[in-house]
Design a protein. Structure first.
Length: 253
């Protein structure tokens, strides 16, 4: 069976002032799969990720052309609900930034802003999302302790849980394991593989081995262009473009 398409990107170009960051990107993102995006620095990976929930709109002189369709709706139409978009498409950044409050309040911050007031419902959200982020067993006895006392790996999983608390449809991750130890990295990877049952996941990573471990599909970006996109097994064993093979084998990047 063919997976349903969550994002359909067509001839996407992105500009920061006069500099072109993305050049005519065309790419489909299937639902309930993990798309890994790899490539050397300054290849447009993060810019592409941020186009999917319009975070680039916050950057002066940024503009985009082409189409980014979420469930067949163009998110760059003037009347598109951007606030609603960012609830549907959550993002975890490379540097974990827990709020200066308790673990419990970090998770419930978004739902409270959205109008959830029932204590039991909020507690259920905390438990469910921390379990989904593989963090519950480590913090269930100290939910009212400061989140700032968590380790770096725990803080990153907390940030993932905070995104999940808003019940998104898509989870974007921008190098979420770049500063983490192997054990913390393994826990996040395990969580992502389990989460794809419920979400579409797009993972930008500079670690090609990580992409080979967790991604169902992989896209290779180079200097703002999409060089190659396909099943991860194919990309890593029989790439169609020599540049892909050269990058994966460490000849550059």
């Amino acid at each position: 069976m063919t997976a349903e398409i969550k994002f359909s990107v067509r001839r996407l170009c992105a500009f920061h002032g006069r500099a072109e960051s993305l050049r005519s990107i065309t790419l489909d993102v299937p639902d309930h799969r993990i798309l890994g995006i790899i490539g050397p620095a300054s290849s447009g990976k993060t810019t592409f990720l941020r186009t999917l929930n319009r975070l680039n709109d916050l950057i002066p002189d940024f503009r985009a052309t082409g189409q980014v369709l979420l469930d067949s709706a163009d998110i760059y139409q003037p009347d598109f609900d951007v606030v609603g978009l960012r609830k549907r498409v959550g993002m975890v950044f490379a540097l974990p930034v827990p709020l200066p409050m308790s673990i419990h309040d970090n998770i419930t911050y978004g739902p409270r802003l959205a109008g959830v007031r029932d204590r039991q419902q909020l507690y259920d959200i905390v438990e469910r999302t921390l379990q989904a982020a593989f963090l519950w067993d480590e913090v269930k006895d100290r939910l009212h302790s400061s989140a700032l006392r968590l380790s770096g790996g725990q803080q990153q999983r907390l940030c993932l849980a905070r995104v999940l608390a808003m019940e998104p449809e898509v989870v974007l991750l921008d190098e979420p394991c770049s500063g983490l130890d192997p054990i913390s990295t393994a826990k996040i990877e395990e969580a992502l593989v389990a989460l794809k049952i419920r979400y579409s996941i797009i993972l930008v990573t500079n670690n090609t081995k990580q992409a080979s471990r967790v991604a169902d599909d992989t896209a290779f970006f180079l200097m703002g262009e999409l060089v190659e996109h396909g099943l991860t097994e194919q990309i890593f064993t029989v790439p169609r473009d020599q540049r892909t093979g050269d990058y994966i084998t460490g000849r550059f990047g």
